[in-house]
Design a protein around this ligand. Sequence first.
Ligand code: PEP
Length: 251
Amino acid sequence: MRQQIVAGNWKMNKNFDEGVELTRGILEKVEKPQGLVILCTPFPHLRDVGKMIKVRKNFHLGAQNMHHEEKGAFTGEVSADMLASVGVEFVIVGHSERRLYNKEKNQLLAQKVNVTLAKGMRPIFCCGEPLHIREVDTHVGYVSKQLKAGLFHLREEDFRKVVIAYEPIWAIGTGRTASSAQAQEMHAAIRILISRKYGKAVADETTILYGGSVTPATAEELFSQPDVDGGLVGGASLKPDDFAAIVAAMK
Ligand code: PEP
């Protein structure tokens, strides 16, 4: 069964006390989610937020990144094992901000996917095109390359654990959301690619999230698209009322 998910990506926002407060607010406002709710907090908050949400059904803990090597002399880095040891279940891999600011390339992302899975966690693998690619109408090919290079080396058994997040870069943090038709077009194309590689049954069961300025005003229509299975939410995940409204829009 395909899972419906709303994941909040807090990015580099909220100090520890503010993060605890935000979690409290979200737990208060979100009632009986229809699908999974994942809170992807900054590293220092993970353990405590994990304890706070543990008691609530359908709430899960996510990290925003981790290092691609298992361990060693990588000062300042955080490993998959460390994340798993504090209860992390999902890890965002390949967010466009990391691709851009940290120069993360597909080969490295494939390694991150592998380490995430090896430690029993599930990757939320981000893909999406920049504006100039969308403008020349080559976005499906662009995203297809990202998926092939980052994910399609996986065995079916592992691929089934992956969540995909389609996030057109021109819509992230810009207030400009893709239309529901644009999101559906890409999500359907992604499902066809998966189907060609792993078969229709796997494609039908893969969760594909939309990300890019999702708000309470846009969530319902986006999530009502047949191939949109929820959202990866940045800015609106920092406001309990907005986040709760987006969670409530899950079908
Ligand atoms: C994101 O960070 O993945 C994101 C989609 O951000 P925003 O919702 O703020 O566009």
